[in-house]
Design a protein around this ligand. Structure first.
Ligand SMILES: [Zn+2]
Length: 581
């Protein structure tokens, strides 16, 4: 039996005290801490926040030998239980690690629980204790013996499960609802006293019921209960999925409040996040890449399939909002427009496929820099458009839909690991033809997706927006009275790149006139005519020659999707079936 005990060492100094007890340790007992947390594909080196370990067997103090950045070994001469203690510094405000201060605590097991190697498959118990007065516990972990506030003993069947249950500590708002027979708990930390909890519960319930019905029809899902852990902060946004819970962050002002107008766009964005993380309960936590069948916590776990697991989840998150009536079609089309425009604004879409983007996420997506738009494409955004293109194609051909393909994959794999061949097989089976050409081009290629024609067939017009000057020049800037105009990105193949502009340049003047804002250049530039641009770079002033192209719709211009004024009857029927499925 593996037992952990976690308590507050010092709240204001952000230190948890963690004890691991192994009843019957191996003679050479290895211990390790994960370097990453599933769902967030970056090596984060959680061990950097551990204090030196100390170990004891009975009264005997044992030496702990460190093997590498995240693993240790203890020679255990006796037969008794091995006890290992350490402090964990916890001051990460994201959903990916651990946090503790005098107001609140939060942790993922990957940050605090050393793995007792050789005992991964055995039950792992956790005692949560020693919290400041009045604090409670919220987690999806199975409670064994806990008090009304949730302090006490929890159990997980194995280490993988243990570290897949984040824990919220402190004083928080708590509400519950039932969806298709499953109890859902919603915990909000940090909200103002006028939080409209009932509205949050009712809206979330609609999403949960729709998603359970999507995957299981009238049957119950495989989990007994589900917990939303939402932390409301001054400013923030994000979420991380787990098997029967999710940890979320939102801005306090975006939550609905009793008797006050709701910031509709922001609240709908939060509902989209809730929908996204909940959809992951199936897509990536159970239906998962074959490479994730057994996580390796010691290093990067590569897969080419995040376009499916993140991209398709991103497709379904807002689609469920419109299908549930939480947003209207106009708002839905606005959200899709934003995604399409975002992808078109990235020259990197011509450089990297979404399969490559998935594989390289460990060093690219999660480590973005000024070159990211030129070199990469997001498997979230383009992945969601691959889902859209597939769904529209399947529906238009009249044999199936992406909904049915998702359920087929679930049935094929019994809610387990899949590979790309199975995705192709499910498309072939339900679509009545091979979709290999589409997947080769859309997932492994870099051409733009044929969305415009597909959307027209669903009664949706595609209108190219007027390009901004920055888009026409192929650059992005930050502007303020204090810093002036500073170049943050130079986009591949654009006028700015041809002129020799570089990231970090301060744009000073054009044609002898001082520029306070980039748009001041609009009245000075004549299309296809060289203009003299002065920039400051490393204390020197440089003179560059800038030519604005006369092209009407330059690369990077955004798109607005709108309902057609008078769609043909077949298009209207297709749209209705798609958005109200
Ligand atoms: Zn996700």
């Amino acid at each position: 039996m593996i037992d952990y005990r976690i308590e507050v060492g010092s709240a204001h100094a952000h230190r948890f005290l963690v004890t691991l007890r192994i009843a019957q340790p191996q003679a050479r007992q290895r211990l390790s801490l994960p370097v990453w947390i599933p769902g967030s594909y970056l090596v984060r080196e959680f061990a950097r926040h551990l204090s030196p370990l100390s170990a004891q067997q009975g009264q005997r103090v044992l030496e702990v030998q460190q093997l590498d950045k995240s693993s240790w070994v203890v020679d255990c001469p006796g037969k008794g239980a091995l006890t290992v203690t350490c402090e964990v510094y916890a001051f990460d405000t994201s959903v990916r690690a651990a946090f503790l201060d005098s107001r609140r605590g939060f942790f993922n097991g990957t940050s605090v629980f050393l793995k007792a190697e050789g005992f991964e498959d055995q039950p792992q118990r956790v005692k949560i204790t020693g919290l400041p007065k009045g604090w409670g516990v919220a987690t999806g972990l199975l409670p064994l013996k806990v008090n009304a506030q949730g302090l006490g003993d929890y159990e997980a069947p194995d280490y993988d499960s243990l570290v897949d249950h984040p824990v919220e500590l402190g004083t928080f708002w708590r509400g519950t609802f039932t969806a298709k027979g499953v109890v859902h708990e919603f915990v909000v930390s940090g909200a103002s006293a006028d939080l409209d909890g009932p509205r949050l519960l009712a809206d979330t319930q609609r999403i949960c019921e729709a998603q359970i019905a999507f995957w299981h029809g009238r049957r119950k899902p495989a989990f007994e209960r589900y917990v939303f852990l939402l932390n409301a902060v001054d400013d923030g946004y994000g979420g991380l999925e787990h098997r029967n819970s999710t940890a979320l962050i939102c801005a306090r002002r975006d939550l609905p409040r009793v008797g006050r107008p709701v910031n509709t766009d922001a609240y709908q964005t939060l509902l989209g996040l809730i929908s996204h993380e909940y959809f992951h309960t199936w897509n990536v936590k159970r239906l998962k890449p074959a490479e994730f069948a057994q996580y390796d916590y010691t290093q990067e776990n590569y897969t080419q399939l995040l376009w499916f697991f993140e991209g398709f989840t991103s497709y379904y998150d807002d689609l469920f909002l419109v299908r549930c009536g939480l947003i209207d079609t106009a708002r839905y089309l606005k959200l899709v427009s934003r995604t399409v425009s975002g992808v078109l604004a990235l020259p990197g879409r011509k450089v990297q496929s979404v399969a490559q983007s998935s594989f390289d996420t460990w060093v690219k997506y999660y480590r973005s820099d000024e070159n990211t738009p030129n070199a990469t494409i997001s498997y979230y955004t383009k992945g969601s458009l691959v889902a859209l293109a597939l769904d529209l194609t399947l529906r238009r051909e009249g044999k199936s839909s992406l909904d049915a393909v998702m359920r087929e994959l679930w049935a094929m794999s019994a809610g387990g690991p899949i590979d790309e061949a199975q995705i192709r097989a499910a498309l072939l089976k339900l679509g009545g033809r091979s979709f290999d050409a589409e997947l080769d081009a859309w997932v492994h290629g870099t051409d733009d997706l044929p969305l415009q024609g597909a959307l027209v067939a669903f009664g949706i017009d595609w209108v190219t927006d007027a390009a901004t000057l920055a888009q026409r020049l192929g650059l992005r800037v930050s502007e303020s009275a204090l810093t002036g105009v500073k170049v943050s990105h130079v986009l591949r193949g654009g006028a700015a790149e041809r002129a020799g502009l570089s990231v970090g340049d301060e744009v000073l003047a054009l044609q002898g006139w001082r520029l306070r804002r980039l748009d001041d250049a609009l009245r000075l530039l004549v299309p296809n005519t060289p203009a003299t641009l002065l920039v400051a770079r490393d204390q020197r002033v440089l003179s560059l020659s800038l030519v604005l192209s006369a092209a009407a719709a330059p690369a990077g211009a955004g798109v607005t999707l709108k309902q057609s004024a008078k769609p043909a009857a077949p298009a209207a029927a297709l749209q209705k079936a798609w958005l109200s499925a």
